[in-house]
Design a protein around this ligand. Structure first.
Ligand SMILES: Nc1ncnc2c1ncn2[C@@H]1O[C@H](COP(=O)(O)OP(=O)(O)OP(=O)(O)O)[C@@H](O)[C@H]1O
Ligand SMILES: [Mg+2]
Length: 513
């Protein structure tokens, strides 16, 4: 019968084991501590945990107590080999009451021969089972006494083994997660780099080429860059290009949008805070300046920054150091600054909304992003690029843009710049069912633009006619102006087609080239 004493001791051990295993992310060290407890409180002379190595499929001792560490590292067992190997093979515990009498005992560690002369030992080995698969074993040597209740010992060790199994399971999950995140991170970084090298910035108009040239000039320096230009012209894209073409490309690119954050939040966002700096500051938080260390900090919408933060920012730019909110430690920064705004900073300055000194600090190397209407030759390149992108994204087979639709895109003035074009093409791809984008897939603002403001709203009749004209021009394009084949394509007669060609004033010879 177990005494109340042993029961209490077992419970204490279970509790300690649970705490030890849960209390650390370093599994092997935790296992060693558990084995030590077994030695100290339960008279286990020696003990070890061996686990299957995923690659070699051999059993390797990962933690031990009372054994020579260097010897331990060398010893491996195959599944089915020796007592430990058999336990893992069968998933069942094995008890060897008297080790000296057991021929199966391999004693690779060669420790028992010596001690057996002095003291007979009992060896108990229980499997460690994870997801119903034995992944290892817990083995212990205890002093042999004839009256020992082996079932109780096995039961006790099985519980410890089950706790170890649970810890291994968690460890595997964490490891798998870590690996997945690592893979994902490498992949994402690669993708980012590819996305923002120049090849992903579309356009070869002169104004845009000048921008490329400026980026190349400035990227490899540490100079502060100010990006200006209307909304949607690609300032953020260029900010990325500056970073990914710089020597800091492998360090972080961190963005702060000064407009999206309320005034009170922006400072803790930029500079971080110490624990207790204000209500709700439960722990220290690093600011974006610190997170961007060694890399680039992109301050977007800088024209919207409030006055008090402007002063603090100015100080950081001048002295290259700052303190966290509620902190006294001075933090040095090594950060390249890129700022962007679509606001008229000069006007904001004269209205007293933007500090002059900050303006001069930022205005070291300014790149002006040209509006899309001033680089019409980029419109079609961009339209084709977005067509391909969104066809792929939405799994649609849209191949090209019809001539009338191209005319509409070309004559529009693009107040929302590239972003507007991007949205319009995405919408057209979604609406398109035929593989070709036609005029009627474009929003009404463009339709009226093409008709130079004479029609404010398209009637059903006008829309149908425009569509019909589009289809015919398209068919003629495919057949290079051959009316007969165009009529076949459209499932109509040459006579009807001829009539419509005349009605819409389509010039067939245009398609013969
Ligand atoms: N030259 C370009 N090639 C490809 N895509 C572009 C180009 N210029 C802009 N874009 C795309 O247009 C969209 C708007 O660009 P971006 O966000 O960089 O504009 P922005 O100048 O920062 O505008 P805002 O001032 O409104 O923030 C983005 O999706 C961007 O990828
Ligand atoms: Mg932007």
């Amino acid at each position: 019968m177990p005494t109340a004493d042993t029961e209490a001791r077992n419970l204490t051990t279970f509790l300690q084991t649970g705490q030890t295993l849960a209390g650390t992310l370093e599994l092997n060290r935790a296992l060693a501590r558990v084995l030590e407890t077994l030695g100290r409180h339960h008279g286990m002379v020696r003990s070890f945990v061996s686990l299957l190595d995923a690659e070699s499929n051999e059993l390797r001792i990962v933690a031990s107590h009372g054994l020579d560490e260097t010897a331990v590292r060398r010893v491996t067992y195959k599944i089915g080999e020796g007592i430990t190997g058999r336990v893992v093979q069968s998933g069942k515990p094995i008890v060897v009451p008297q080790v000296s009498r057991e021929p199966l005992f391999l004693d690779r560690l060669a420790v028992r021969k010596k001690s057996l002369k002095r003291q007979e030992l009992t060896f108990v080995c229980v499997p460690i089972v994870v997801n119903r698969k034995p992944l290892g074993a817990l083995g212990v040597d205890i002093k042999y006494t004839p009256e020992r209740d082996y079932e109780r010992v096995t039961g006790f060790l099985s519980i410890i083994a089950a706790m170890i199994a649970q810890a291994i399971k968690v460890d595997h999950l964490i490891e798998a997660d870590r690996r997945r995140l690592l893979d994902e991170n490498i992949h994402l970084k690669q993708e980012l780099r590819e996305r923002y090298d120049f090849s992903h910035i579309i356009g070869n108009s002169n104004p845009l080429r000048q921008v490329y040239e400026q980026v190349t000039q400035v990227a490899r320096t540490n100079t502060t860059v100010l990006l200006r230009g209307e909304s949607g012209t690609g300032k953020e894209l260029i900010a990325h290009a500056v970073h990914y073409n710089s020597l800091r490309a492998h360090k972080p690119f961190v963005k702060v949008s000064c407009a999206a954050l309320p005034e009170t939040l922006i400072e803790s966002e930029l500079f971080g805070y110490e624990r207790g700096a204000f209500t709700g500051a439960h722990s220290r938080k690093k600011g974006r300046f610190e997170l961007a260390d060694g890399g680039t900090l992109f301050l977007d919408e800088i024209g919207d920054l409030n006055m008090s933060t402007q002063i603090k920012l100015l100080r950081v730019l001048q002295e290259r150091e700052f303190e966290r909110l509620g902190g006294t430690e001075t933090i040095k920064i090594n950060v390249r600054l890129v700022a962007a705004t679509n606001r008229d900073l000069e006007q904001a300055m004269s209205a007293g909304q933007f500090r002059e000194d900050l303006y001069y600090r930022l205005n070291v190397f300014t790149i002006f992003m040209p509006p899309l209407r001033e680089r019409k030759s980029d419109v079609l390149l961009l339209a084709d690029h977005f067509l391909e992108k969104f066809s792929r994204e939405h799994n649609k087979n849209v191949k090209r843009i019809s001539t009338p639709a191209i005319d509409m895109l070309a004559s529009y003035h693009w107040p929302g710049n590239v972003r507007e074009l991007e949205n319009i093409i995405e919408r057209a791809v979604l609406l398109c069912e035929t593989g070709v984008i036609h005029g009627h897939h474009l929003p009404p603002t463009l339709q009226t633009a093409e008709r130079s403001g004479t029609i404010t709203r398209l009637s059903l009749d006008a829309a149908v006619q425009a569509y019909e004209s589009d289809l015919i021009q398209d068919a003629l394009k495919t057949t290079r102006g051959n009316r007969k084949r165009a009529a076949q394509l459209l499932d109509t007669t040459e006579r009807i087609l001829g009539y419509k060609v005349k009605k819409y004033g389509i010039e067939c010879h245009r398609f013969r080239a």
